[in-house]
Design a protein around this ligand. Structure first.
Ligand code: ZN
Length: 433
């Protein structure tokens, strides 16, 4: 499959767009995603004005940056926002003055434990002015005086977010949420935007769907809070919630990570865990105590939805995290494809996760139904072991995920078996409790 290639191309398109928690970069990001999804479906866009209360928070002023640089008296640019957008602290207030080298250092953020990288730094809720550069670059500054300039504006504007709801037969919802506020870093979080876009393409291609699927694109924290707060949306979502996932850092090629919800036995936890445990690469399981992205909001007590976090390498754990090293060489087609394959399986598992019940006493005779070799010889029965095990565990209490966990066979292998056994009237589907 070549989804990974297209996904990587989309990441390349999204990477240079300058995003923050507000601003035109977010709007342009939604345009690019819309274009990728194709003409039949498009994101619903929302703008929430500065000053509006969203639960315990207030929508901040919108931020716009035009240019930013540091130059010496000969006009040599030491750093320039145009060269790398991480050079400016997100939400910096404007400045335009000459400073001494010592004064300049008060405005500079570096990552001393990684002296070659430019760190990603923001100050959304307290007015600050700052530049970011590598520790080595700062230490190599020679001139006595520098011209520092940030041409930025903070104004009464709005915060942008988007969603897309793909209806199914049931109004119960599977929800995917990812954040649209990070500037040019590839894994965090061009990759999350790309995975959501690809899943939209995949799910809208089904001839029919059991569940309704909701995709949320919003700035991290303030955006998720806004999404839940607007029009009391959280009440509707809580009532219709089936499973939910947040995507962050899903494009690298290393391990898979799951950040569990508080309720480790929720459907979201069980299905993702089931799919990941069958993968031949390292899977790291983190408890809810190690949460860090928007799973924080969705799982909070009043909201009460068991969302699970999904990453390849988990945010905070990889050295490229929140630095200039998180560029397009850090993610890959294979990494993105791997994440997409996981969620293809998750969606297929959820669409087929019924409680099955064997209705024939003792083992049914599979041979007369063409499901068992009629010639009995050792070794032959191996092929049908999954069928026999499925029948043995389909007791009217376990859903497909639990059967798969119990008999240690991937759900993708069990779905056609369940369909065949239904056709043969060996099992039935139990009504959901
Ligand atoms: Zn981040």
């Amino acid at each position: 499959m070549n989804e990974g290639m297209n996904m990587y191309k989309l990441a390349c398109d999204l990477f240079p767009i300058y995003r923050s928690i507000t601003g035109d970069g977010v709007r342009e990001t939604f345009d690019v995603i819309d274009n990728y999804i194709g003409p039949k479906w498009s994101l619903n866009r929302y703008e929430v004005p500065t000053g509006k209360k969203v639960f315990d928070w207030i929508i901040p002023r919108e931020w716009r940056i035009n240019e930013a640089y540091i130059e010496d008296k000969n006009g040599n640019r030491i750093i320039d926002f145009k060269v790398n957008s991480l050079h400016v602290m997100g939400y910096s207030t404007p400045i335009d003055k000459w400073v001494t080298k010592e004064e300049l250092k008060k405005y500079i953020f570096t990552q001393p434990d990684q002296p070659d990288v430019i760190p990603y730094v923001t100050s959304y809720y307290k007015g600050r002015t700052g530049f970011c550069m590598s520790e080595n670059q700062m230490n190599s500054l020679q001139a006595r005086e520098y011209h520092i300039k940030i041409d930025s504006e903070l104004f009464e504007g709005s915060l942008s977010y988007a969603d897309l709801v793909i209806p199914g037969e049931s109004d119960k919802e599977i929800i995917f949420s990812t954040y649209s506020c990070h500037p040019s870093m590839a894994n965090d979080n061009c990759s999350g935007l790309v995975l959501s876009a690809q899943l939209i393409k995949y799910i809208t291609s089904f001839p029919k769907r059991l569940y309704t699927y909701r995709f949320i694109f919003a700035p991290e924290t303030i955006g998720a809070i806004t999404y839940l707060s607007e029009n009391d949306r959280y009440k509707y979502l809580y009532k219709h919630f089936k499973a939910g996932f947040t995507f962050s850092c899903v494009g690298d090629n290393k391990e898979y990570s799951i950040i569990h919800s508080k309720n480790c036995s929720s459907l979201s936890d069980r299905v993702l865990q089931n799919v990941l445990r069958k993968k031949p690469i390292i899977v790291k399981e983190y408890s809810f105590l190690e949460r860090g992205s928007d799973e924080r909001q969705y799982n909070s007590p009043v909201i009460g939805m068991s969302f699970v976090g999904f990453c390849r390498s988990k945010y905070w754990t990889f050295p490229e995290y929140h630095t200039s090293l998180d560029d397009l060489t850090f993610i890959s087609q294979e990494g993105l494809q791997g994440s997409f394959d996981v969620f293809k399986e998750v969606v297929n598992a959820l669409e087929n996760n019924f409680i099955y019940k064997t209705i024939i006493p003792c083992e049914p005779q599979l041979g007369k139904r063409g499901l068992y070799p009629t010639l009995s010889q050792k070794g032959k029965a191996k092929k049908v072991r999954s069928i026999i095990d499925f029948i043995a565990y389909a007791d009217g209490k376990k859903d497909l995920i639990e059967i798969s966990d119990n008999i240690n066979k991937p759900i993708d292998e069990l779905i056609p078996i369940a369909q065949k056994l239904l056709e043969e009237h060996i099992i039935t589907v139990e009504e959901e409790k």
